[in-house]
Design a protein around this ligand. Structure first.
Ligand code: GLU
Length: 471
């Protein structure tokens, strides 16, 4: 169909899915869905040494996890004869040639150019020495595109995000397009596929801008039409340098493990380089699809602010009811255990009202492990300020009496009694601190009345008694 919007995500399966690939995929997907076009997933696995099936699976799983679906799927390794046909065509038409320089020769040339502060390029003498080529062993060397080193032309393209971009043709050199007839390189295979798959818009990371003039030359050599280009801004870490393991987690699996909700992470990533017209930050995917505008994507680098992601994830967690949140925690616990204790979903559900407000990610449930397992702590922690063990023990004794009498279900009643106990002992902390530590084993935790309510009378009393024994 003419004028159909067709975009592609073209990851190389040479590493695990990361935030950068998720962002490129999401922007392509949003654009396709907004335009009613097609989103194509193409695995660029022509580099046999570095590509792994495991990485491909991880990419597919990661994209699905983030809520994306694709209309067509391709793998470059299944399409090798197509590339060979085009490489042969260029060789036959003298648009491409075999270069027989050794790697050492090429490296030496490169170093010399760098020393002279020149832009490295390889202007290959073999492109003009047809007779010499015939005498050479064609197995040696690689295949290059003929590029005019004396050209005064500028290769121009209009980038939908960045505007006019141009490169001097003569500086590109005779760049390589294939290792041999059977082994195309990225700049070549991508162009063939973009053409064969009728890609209308190439949307990809800014790091590919420098590849674009090369790809345009391949298109010209084969008489292909140029697609539209949009290069997405660089992703920056908290220190404003390129996002890396050092300044932010990069692999999607890590976010999965930490318990970020895919909806929240997708929402966050969609706003790395795009702003809602009304400035809202928590936005459902359907809404993003409705308003997404490629022309409004920012030019400047997008900072990956972990604190903002945590806030956003916390907001998504707050929207889940007890049952839903508990279910998600159970799911993550079975994949990546965060709590080293046994618990049932019912027990978990009881904890949700207290935990929900305090959780930024699902793995934060680990802060509430004391609900499921008796806490281990040092008896010194039970001591409030400069009080003696005797005073602490006495306070716990009185607390136990109150719990026995009032139970734990009536939070108001229990709280009132504890308040009066505080007054009686002349120090509120003396009533609350040892009780809280006895229940949670922690320096900081929610109010003991709230914890007791969830633990129930029996467990609460057991823990208080156990603490008294420590003293
Ligand atoms: N395989 C390339 C990559 O993973 C694709 C670049 C492109 O979109 O053209 O970076």
């Amino acid at each position: 169909m003419a004028n159909e919007i067709r975009v592609r995500m073209a990851p190389s399966p040479t590493g695990y899915a990361h935030i950068g690939s998720a962002r490129t995929a999401l922007f392509n997907w949003l654009f396709a869905r907004h335009e009613g076009g097609k989103f194509i997933l193409r695995i660029e696995d022509t580099d046999k040494e570095r590509s792994k099936k495991e990485y491909e699976e991880d990419l597919l799983e990661g994209f699905k996890w983030m809520g994306m679906d694709w209309d067509e799927f391709y793998r470059q390794s299944d399409r090798m004869p197509i590339y060979s046909k085009y490489i042969q065509k260029l060789l036959d038409e003298d648009r491409a040639f075999w270069c027989h320089h050794s790697e050492e020769e090429l490296e030496k040339e490169r170093q010399e150019q760098l020393e002279k502060k020149a832009i490295p390029r390889h202007v290959c003498e073999y492109k003009n020495q047809k007779s010499k080529i015939k005498n050479q062993n064609e197995e040696r060397g690689i295949i290059r595109l003929v590029v005019d080193e004396n050209s005064d032309r500028k290769i121009k393209f209009h980038d939908l995000i960045r505007g006019e971009i141009e490169f001097e043709e003569r500086l590109l050199g005779d760049f390589s397009i294939a290792k041999d007839i059977e082994t195309p390189l990225y700049n070549f295979a991508a162009v063939i596929d973009d053409y064969e798959m009728e890609i209308s818009h190439v949307i990809r990371g800014e790091e590919h801008i420098a590849n674009t003039p090369r790809q345009i030359l391949v298109q010209e050599a084969l008489g292909f039409e140029m697609p539209a280009y949009a290069h997405l801004p660089l992703l920056l870490g908290s220190d404003k340098s390129k996002l890396s393991k050092r300044n932010g987690a990069v692999s999607l699996n890590e976010y999965k493990k930490m318990g970020y909700l895919p909806e929240a992470l997708a929402n966050f990533i969609c706003l790395l380089g795009f702003t809602m017209p009304d400035g809202r930050e928590i936005v459902a995917m359907e809404e993003l699809i409705n308003v997404f505008d490629l022309l409004k994507v920012h030019k400047s680098g997008a900072v990956f602010d972990m604190k903002k992601l945590d806030w956003m994830n916390g907001e998504y967690i707050k929207r889940l009811n007890d049952e839903e949140l508990a279910e998600k925690i159970v799911q993550i616990q079975t994949q990546f255990p965060i709590l080293n204790s046994q618990f049932s979903k019912e027990e978990l559900i009881k904890v949700m009202p207290l935990a929900r407000e305090r959780m930024k990610k699902l793995s934060d449930i680990s802060e509430f492990g004391y609900f499921f397992k008796e806490p281990e702590y040092d008896r010194g922690l039970l001591v409030w300020k400069n009080k003696s063990f005797e005073e602490i023990k006495n306070s716990l004794f009185l607390v136990a009496e109150i719990v026995r009498e009032k139970g734990t279900e009536e939070k108001g009643a229990l709280g009132q009694e504890l308040d009066s106990l505080g007054v009686k002992l002349g120090d509120r902390g003396l009533a609350y601190w040892p009780f809280r530590v006895a229940l949670s084993g922690l320096k900081t935790s929610p109010d003991p009345v709230d914890i007791a309510e969830i633990l129930g009378k029996e467990k609460t009393l057991e823990r208080v008694k156990r603490a008294m024994k420590l003293l």
